[in-house]
Design a protein around this ligand. Structure first.
Ligand code: HEC
Ligand code: HEC
Length: 499
């Protein structure tokens, strides 16, 4: 129990005691039929001025002393009391922020712990679906202020998978919820030592990505070629299975092969008397024929969930429950029901794809052309030895580190297509959300290298001018808390050499 609570308890006890005394006194007078105090004789003046007065004064002195001692003690603790109240409030905000983080699935893109991840996204230039890299948010407050983070949360980042979350941006969250999300982000920021320790790993990763870039792009080209081949196979696949739904229907309902149960699957009745030795609702003839029908679907249809389900089906006229090897047995009538649905799905998907084949192939071909052009142009590639000669006195190690650093920390906003993957990456510094830095732009903007360096350390501030003609929107992060001064200088030298 704190001093505050103890004081309160003492005061409360004193008040209760005083009230009890008054009530008791009145009761006693009533019971004894005494006259009220103002009509009864009291102490003489002599008595009043000596013992009585001394006692009252002493009591007053003690009361004042108690107050004089307790009040400062109470006050001493006041800051701590307010802090703990604020803490409790913060804890609640963090907890609720975590709830929004989970409910709105930030972790699906940014990683469950906020350490970074990716999102499926259709890349604008090629119209190909790719994985767009999503930055870590467990270090975002080392590069952006809370107000800047609020801006991204409220308005999202158009042209990327990051949606707008705030009501002003058209999103689902109100101001308080955004505050709580920021409180949560604040609570998951990793220590600065970890931010700095991650630099070398991120540089290595980017350098090895560059080294494997040609192979990576070749793989995307091969995938796209396979996708086109798959599209071109569709007319043949459709021809192979287009009649099977009708054949299935006739096996289940034709008088020569139906039973009452099998006809009922298609909401009709059976007028025949086919033999059904295992009495599972499918006639022997139907079961024998279904085996070959299943084999035809499996051989003809492209891979899909429906085909996988059909692959598990098997029919045997002598047992009521059957299945292909290894799968759980299902009742044959139930197997026939699944076959109706899944075969229907396969037939419909192939029919729709066959009808729209021209558009599908043209889009896929445009995507292929786009990655083939990228493979040819190799805009993602950096000639490190040449860069070393131009900007780093021939020092290849420093040139390499500069490129790795730029790709790890700057390229996602300053190199077009970078977040969409190597196959979509344009020239280094070609400009994305951040302006292009090519053709010596940053030398024009910052004639003094020191100003350039300072800008990268601090980032931009909304409404504050920078360089020769820059007006900040607060969108450019500051890297002073994330990168060493040597590393920042390396990047700056690289940027000044971008032509
Ligand atoms: C569909 C995927 C997706 C979801 C969901 C998502 N984000 Fe993002 N977010 C991204 C991407 C991608 C970026 C980077 C965009 C770019 O390339 O400039 C980003 C950027 C950010 C940024 C700016 C970071 C920086 O350094 O540029 C913050 C902060 C952020 N997201 C927080 C959140 C929070 C909080 C949530 C949940 C309410 C969330 N995001 C949900 C994909 C997503
Ligand atoms: C999250 C996106 C983002 C990242 C990451 C980023 N920048 Fe920027 N940068 C911007 C934006 C946006 C601007 C324009 C200023 C503004 O809008 O506030 C800018 C402006 C600049 C400018 C001034 C260019 C001009 O001509 O006005 C330089 C130089 C620069 N950034 C360097 C860097 C460096 C170096 C890094 C990496 C260490 C980096 N940026 C990382 C978004 C980013």
């Amino acid at each position: 129990m704190g001093i505050g609570a103890a004081t309160l308890a003492i005061v409360a006890v004193a008040v209760i005691a005083w009230l009890a005394f008054l009530v008791r006194n009145t009761r006693i007078r009533h019971r004894r039929d005494l006259p009220p105090p103002n009509l009864s004789p009291y102490l003489t003046d002599d008595d009043l001025e000596t013992k009585r007065l001394d006692r009252v004064l002493l009591a007053a002195l003690v009361a004042v002393a108690v107050i004089a001692i307790v009040m400062p003690f109470y006050y001493l603790n006041e800051t701590a009391r307010q802090e703990s109240a604020a803490h409790e409030f913060d804890d609640i905000a963090i907890e609720r922020g975590h709830e929004w983080f989970v409910e709105y699935q930030c972790g699906n893109c940014h990683g469950a712990n906020g350490g970074g991840g990716g999102a499926r996204y259709v890349e604008a230039r090629s119209r190909l679906e790719t994985t767009w890299a999503a930055p870590a948010v467990n270090d975002v407050l080392y590069r952006y202020t809370e107000e800047e983070v609020r801006y991204w949360l409220v308005y999202g980042r158009p042209g990327t998978p990051m949606p707008a979350w705030g009501a002003e941006g058209g999103g689902p969250l109100n101001t308080q919820q955004i505050d709580e999300l920021i409180a949560y982000l604040d609570s998951i920021q990793i220590p600065q030592s970890e931010v700095l320790a991650a630099v070398d790993g991120r540089v290595d990763l980017e350098l090895s990505r560059l080294a494997g870039a040609d192979a990576q792009v070749a793989a995307v080209v091969a995938d796209q070629q396979a996708a086109i081949a798959a599209l071109e196979a569709i007319p043949g696949q459709y021809d192979a299975i287009r009649d099977l739904p009708r054949r299935l229907e006739s096996l289940l309902t034709d008088p020569a092969t139906c039973t009452d149960e099998s006809a009922a699957l298609l909401a009709t009745s059976c007028s025949g008397t086919a033999s059904d030795q295992d009495r599972d609702g499918l006639s022997d003839a139907t079961e024998i024929n279904l085996g070959s029908l299943v084999a035809q679907v499996v051989a003809g249809a492209p891979p899909s969930d429906a085909r996988t389900a059909i692959e598990k089906l098997a029919f045997d006229p002598t047992t009521g429950f059957s299945t292909s090897e290894g799968a759980t047995p299902i009742a044959d009538l139930e197997g026939a029901r699944l076959l109706i649905t899944d075969l229907g799905t396969i037939e419909r998907d192939l029919r729709l794809a066959a009808q729209n084949l021209d558009v599908l192939v043209a889009t896929a071909q445009a995507g292929l052309d786009s990655v083939l052009a990228s493979q040819e142009a190799r805009r993602y590639a950096v000639d490190i030895p040449a860069l070393a000669v131009e900007a780093f006195d021939g020092n290849v190690t420093r040139a390499q580190r500069a490129v790795g650093l730029f790709n790890a920390y700057c390229a996602r906003c300053h190199t077009a297509g970078f977040s969409a993957g190597i196959a979509f990456t344009q020239e280094p510094g070609s400009g994305a959300m951040g302006p292009s830095l090519r053709e010596g732009r940053s030398v024009v903007q910052f004639p003094s290298i020191d100003d350039h360096y300072d800008f990268v350390v601090k980032g931009s501030t909304n409404g504050v001018r920078y360089g020769v003609n820059g007006v900040g929107r607060g969108w450019m992060p500051g890297f002073g808390a994330m990168l060493s001064s040597d590393d920042i200088m390396l990047i700056v030298e690289y940027e000044r050499a971008l032509r």
